[in-house]
Design a binder for this molecule. Structure first.
Ligand code: PCA
Length: 334
């Protein structure tokens, strides 16, 4: 209904209300409230970092933009977060980038075994891939705000893994297509399980091993179900925060800049938190009785062979955009 169609008494009260708000200086300035779904729990450093990001935005805008973080998939499940932002159901959200590999392999460049398995290389790879990834998201009216890596991925089991054969036939919990493919190539049987469902998956015997970081092992109390962690440092997958371009463009210029500044700060802080988390979480695992090992030469050789296969498979799927990323990455490494 337009103003002209309002019945007279309501038109009068609408005008009175408008005048009242204008007098208070609230007319165009009502604070914007954003709900932000994230997939991981409150203990996770990514969630801690995102809550700080929300605080920074609130502070910098004097409360004009108020972001409420809904962690642990409580508002929207991980699988739906990206599409919910795209459809405008929520303005902003977090997800693991490699979850979008089914749309385009470039989103999974950070989950190729041994392509970039240290923080330094992961950073170089991120710099080499950021633009291509941001452009791909922009085509869907999504703006990439920042991305932060998980600590390096390894393998949790219930027994010491020395030979490649020790991984065969394990029911291995995976979380993206790369972890699934690695499990497959190692002769294990992969099953996708979201982090909030890990404890149940182990207690019901659906899985008996998992690929993840020291951080997620510590957050989910891996010692309740598992005894060994092989710190194989396979890759460092990233979580990213995306915002709908429509919601972003509705903010005024100052608020937009505050969001971008807080995002840049969150990215720096997040990378630092991730590094620190690696050693802290490894210590927590050991304190709780998990035996932490590194691959034997035999296992390392097998994992590297799997990495080479997966690099070829990835390059094939990622096509020209993939070549652009790999060339930029290799040039920057020299
Ligand atoms: N934790 C998340 C993604 C990678 C990680 O370290 C998970 O296990 O699902």
């Amino acid at each position: 209904m337009t103003v002209r169609q309002l019945p007279l008494p309501r038109l009068a009260s609408a005008i009175a209300l408008g005048v009242g708000l204008a007098t208070l200086g609230l007319d165009a300035q009502a604070a914007t409230e954003w709900d932000m779904p994230t997939p991981y729990g409150d203990r996770t450093f990514h969630t801690v970092n995102i809550r700080e990001f929300a605080d920074d935005v609130r502070d910098a805008t004097d409360g004009e933009l108020d972001i409420t973080v809904h962690s642990n998939g409580s508002l929207i499940g991980h699988a739906e977060i990206k599409n919910s932002v795209r459809r405008g159901i929520v303005p902003i959200g977090e997800l693991i980038m490699s979850r979008l590999a089914n749309e385009n392999a470039i989103f999974e460049v950070d989950s190729v075994p041994y392509l970039a398995a240290s923080y330094e290389d992961a950073r170089t790879l991120w710099e080499a891939s950021r633009e291509v990834i941001a452009e791909e998201l922009a085509e869907q009216q999504l703006r990439l705000l920042f991305a932060v890596p998980w600590p390096p991925q390894g393998i949790y089991t219930n027994q010491l893994v020395e030979a490649p054969e020790d991984l065969q036939n394990l029911s291995m919990r995976a979380y993206n297509s790369a972890s699934e493919r690695l499990a497959q190539l190692a002769g294990a049987v992969p099953t996708q399980v979201e982090v909030p469902d890990i404890p149940t998956a182990f207690s019901t015997g659906r899985v008996d091993a998992m690929i993840t970081s020291p951080a997620t092992g510590a957050d989910t109390k891996a010692w309740d179900y598992l005894s060994h962690f092989n710190h194989a440092q396979l890759w460092l997958p990233k979580n990213m925060v995306i915002v709908s371009e429509r919601a972003f463009s509705r903010l005024d210029e100052t608020t937009r800049q505050a969001v971008l500044d807080a995002a840049a700060t969150a990215e720096e802080r997040g990378w630092e938190m991730s590094r620190e988390e690696t050693d802290e979480a490894l210590a927590v695992l050991e304190e709780n009785g998990i035996t932490v090992t590194t691959p034997t030469p035999e296992l390392a050789a097998k994992l590297e062979e799997i990495g080479a296969t997966m690099t070829d498979e990835w390059a094939e799927r990622a096509g020209e955009q993939g070549t652009t990323i790999l060339e930029a990455y290799r040039a920057a490494k020299q």
